[in-house]
Design a protein around this ligand. Structure first.
Ligand SMILES: [Zn+2]
Length: 211
């Protein structure tokens, strides 16, 4: 899939969803694969719990970020300064190992007649995060969706995250953060706009906001 293509809407032709019972049976198979006994007391309810967790981890497949944003913008009377939302908590899952990607994101745009509530910017990130992802694709999807729907003068998205497939297995590199960014419009073409964004993102945090 081209990473610039918007995700399929909920009505596409993805393979039919298995039943909850089928999903729980698959978890039992993985428990046996790990070497344990799904029938022992501590594991009896685990398949149901895992499947319920998946409802949360992957809730983003049932939502359309384009549609969410498109019904929430407002026309402004000329506000055209940069809007930046920084240090947004990011929780996603890597599509290669299905283990967590944990980090933070910074999202900025330069309005051109339309703004959205800042919570909607965080929602765009959340909807794409609650799907199986690679960080590069997630970064591009968030930026492209905001650009396509709001049509601002530019969008910048930066994500810093650690991948548990790298920290808890494989090369075991704890404390390594991967940084990705996507700059569109003025953030790509205008060095001073990009510098302003990077300065805001890199500025010291006020006490109590660090997390
Ligand atoms: Zn991975």
């Amino acid at each position: 899939m081209n990473i610039l293509t918007p995700p399929p809407a909920a009505t596409d032709d993805r393979p039919a969803r298995p039943t909850r019972e089928e999903a729980e049976a698959a978890v039992r198979t993985l428990l046996r694969w790990a070497g344990d006994d799904p029938a022992r007391e501590g594991l009896v309810d685990t398949p149901a719990r895992v499947v319920r967790s998946y409802d949360e981890f992957f809730a983003g497949y049932a939502e359309d970020p384009v549609e969410m944003l498109a019904r929430s913008f407002e026309e402004t009377d000329g506000y055209d300064e940069m809007v930046v939302l920084r240090d947004i908590r990011l929780e996603s899952h890597c599509e290669h190992h299905m283990v967590p990607i944990i980090g933070r994101a910074h999202i900025a745009y330069l309005p051109e007649g339309r703004v959205v509530g800042i919570s909607k910017l965080a929602r765009v990130l959340e909807i794409y995060s609650k799907r199986l992802q690679i960080q590069e694709k997630l970064t591009a999807q968030v930026a492209n969706t905001i650009q396509d729907v709001l049509k601002p003068k530019g969008v910048a998205v930066m994500i810093e995250a650690s991948h548990q497939c790298m920290t808890t297995r494989g090369v075991h590199k704890a404390g390594v953060a991967m940084v990705t960014s996507r700059m569109l419009g003025a953030f790509r073409d205008n060095p001073s706009t990009r510098r302003e964004f990077l300065a805001i993102v890199g500025a010291p945090r006020a006490g109590g906001l660090e997390g």
